[in-house]
Design a protein around this ligand. Structure first.
Ligand code: HEC
Ligand code: HEC
Length: 485
């Protein structure tokens, strides 16, 4: 199943282009909802009353045969992988090092993860590891987009806290917080928690002195296939617009290689937009999070490095009668299909006066400069259901410098240690209902939507100030609008 349309032309006719311009123009009337504004994910939007399963429905536009594939994909998404050799059946080969045994362990009900709380570990939180280039050759590899960054020489690209029986996990992520009280314009105060990160129980010696820790929580998965179907030209046009308007917001795409084709395309997925397609993201998750090889990431040892000799002595799950990898196609295909066809839940209360007023404040505060409300997907999207849909992701998929407070100091491709992809906001109002907690921003430090806003710095400083300066009732309206997404 080819879902890598990142570099496909948009396929618009001149008449299409005119229609697209009209429907994606910024909202002006805040007394009434816009046409189709409730359908965040276009025609395939899940229209039902939101409950804990609100993020887990197939797009309503799928035909019966596709729903069947979606269900097969779901079975693999929740499948608990087991260590090799557990049986003569297909699909074992967990690890040898891993963070979790299934996709669903981290993307619980297809929702977002959380950081470790009160000393308890959290599966849905992990550290990406990388160091900056150390030589001319390494710098050249970065420039040529052959590498996104360079792994820790011992621990690799990610800290896996678990190992199969007989193999020590690499170490445990440790998070502590210090409190930081912020005073808003009207004197009200909000307490932010500033995280401090380290690793305990390092099993294979020290980390390299240049290795940085990039904390990440799992992201919500609704609407992935639609994000992939946004024309590259539309994203680049956003970057141009921001450059021209010159209001302190200047997003840039993260150019990365599609692992399947080698082509240089725009990265769209992950907190730093480091993965170009759903398939690439799924292959990388299988490899680094679960330790399962697939056609697009074929090393059965996952993220074991040459220095981790015990890891390299463990059995792998490759069975030649099934293919060259532990998850040969159709497994990766089905996982990609499932992840690419999760419906975005419909908006609630789009016509409520407070929500509409909050939407006006969202525009006025400059949030919409980065959290771009709407796009129309490509006419020639490979997946027919994803073609020419008006969608409302509230993201430009571009990288922005978000200031020192959010910086992780880790470069990923063209993304610097201060840059993050604008987080799509569709579905964000359902976090509590779907997962039973709230944890926002790349590391889940924000416990409320308000805290998430107050962490915005760098290019987001203006919007943060605008929010902090609002009257209390206006802040509540803005938060109500976010809650309706
Ligand atoms: C150990 C926890 C964990 C497991 C297991 C896991 N993920 Fe993730 N997932 C994450 C994290 C963390 C991110 C953010 C990654 C980043 O920014 O580098 C993520 C991001 C994603 C994204 C991108 C979302 C976006 O908005 O850009 C997709 C798609 C995804 N995962 C699919 C999968 C699939 C499919 C599987 C199973 C093969 C899987 N994940 C297994 C933790 C996990
Ligand atoms: C300069 C671009 C920019 C502007 C302006 C901006 N944001 Fe963001 N926003 C981002 C980026 C980038 C992230 C992800 C940051 C991170 O994870 O560290 C983000 C994250 C968020 C999140 C958390 C999303 C999640 O999935 O955890 C919320 C909520 C949010 N923004 C709301 C707002 C609101 C409301 C405004 C206006 C007051 C605003 N943003 C203005 C770029 C921007």
């Amino acid at each position: 199943m080819a879902m890598d349309l990142a570099h496909a032309a948009d396929g618009y006719s001149a008449a299409d282009a005119e229609r697209v311009r009209a429907v994606t123009a910024p909202a002006r009337d805040f007394l009434h909802p816009e046409a189709h504004e409730n359908l965040s994910g276009g025609a395939g939007t899940f229209p039902g009353q939101p409950d804990a399963k609100a993020m887990s429905h197939p797009e309503t536009t799928l035909d019966d045969k596709s729903v069947e594939r979606f269900r097969l994909g779901f079975a693999l998404f929740k499948k608990m992988w087991t260590p090799a050799p557990s049986s003569t059946q297909a699909s074992d080969g967990l690890g040898p090092l891993f963070n979790a045994r299934s996709c669903q362990s981290c993307h619980v009900r297809d929702g977002r993860g959380r950081p470790p709380e009160a000393g308890a570990d959290s599966q849905s939180f992990l550290f990406r590891l990388a160091r900056t280039p150390a030589s001319k050759t390494e710098r050249a590899a970065l420039v040529a987009h052959e590498k996104l960054n360079f792994p820790d020489p011992v621990y690799g690209q990610q800290l896996q806290d678990k190992g199969v029986t007989g193999l020590a996990g690499e170490g445990r992520p440790v998070v502590t917080y210090s409190e930081n009280v912020v005073t808003l314009g009207d004197g009200e105060t909000v307490t932010l928690r500033r995280p401090h990160y380290s690793v305990s129980d390092l099993a294979y010696g020290p980390l390299h002195s240049d290795t940085t820790l990039s904390p990440r929580i799992a992201q919500g998965l609704a609407g992935m296939g639609l994000l992939e179907a946004i024309p590259e030209a539309a994203i680049l046009a956003e970057a141009d617009r921001q450059e021209k308007e010159n209001e302190g917001v200047h997003g840039r795409p993260n150019h990365v290689r599609d692992p399947k084709t080698g082509a240089l395309v725009i990265g769209r997925f992950g907190w730093k937009a480091q993965n170009p397609t759903v398939r690439a993201q799924a292959a990388s998750a299988l490899s680094t999070d679960i330790g399962i090889s697939s056609p697009d990431a074929p090393n059965p040892y996952g993220d074991c490095t040459a220095a981790e000799t015990a890891c390299l002595k463990m059995p792998t799950g490759v069975q030649s009668r099934l293919g060259d990898t532990e998850a040969p196609d159709p497994i990766l295909d089905l996982l990609t299909f499932y992840t690419g066809h999760l419906a975005v839940p419909a908006r609630r209360d789009v016509d409520q006066p407070d929500v509409l007023a909050g939407k006006a404040l969202f525009y006025r505060a400059g949030c919409a400069a980065c959290h771009v409300p709407k796009f129309v997907t490509a006419r020639d999207a490979v997946e027919a259901q994803h073609a020419f849909q008006l969608i409302w992701p509230y993201s430009d998929l571009l990288l922005h410098d978000m200031g020192e407070g959010l910086a992780d100091g880790q470069q990923v491709g063209e993304a610097s240690g201060r840059e993050w992809r604008t987080a799509p906001l569709w579905g964000i109002g359902l976090a509590q209902i779907v997962n039973g907690y709230q944890a926002y921003l790349h590391d889940g430090r924000a416990r409320t939507l308000e805290e998430a806003i107050l962490w915005h710095g760098g290019e987001g400083e203006y919007a943060r100030h605008a929010y902090a300066a609002m009257a209390r009732t206006d802040r509540q309206k803005l938060l109500k609008f976010l809650g309706s997404l």
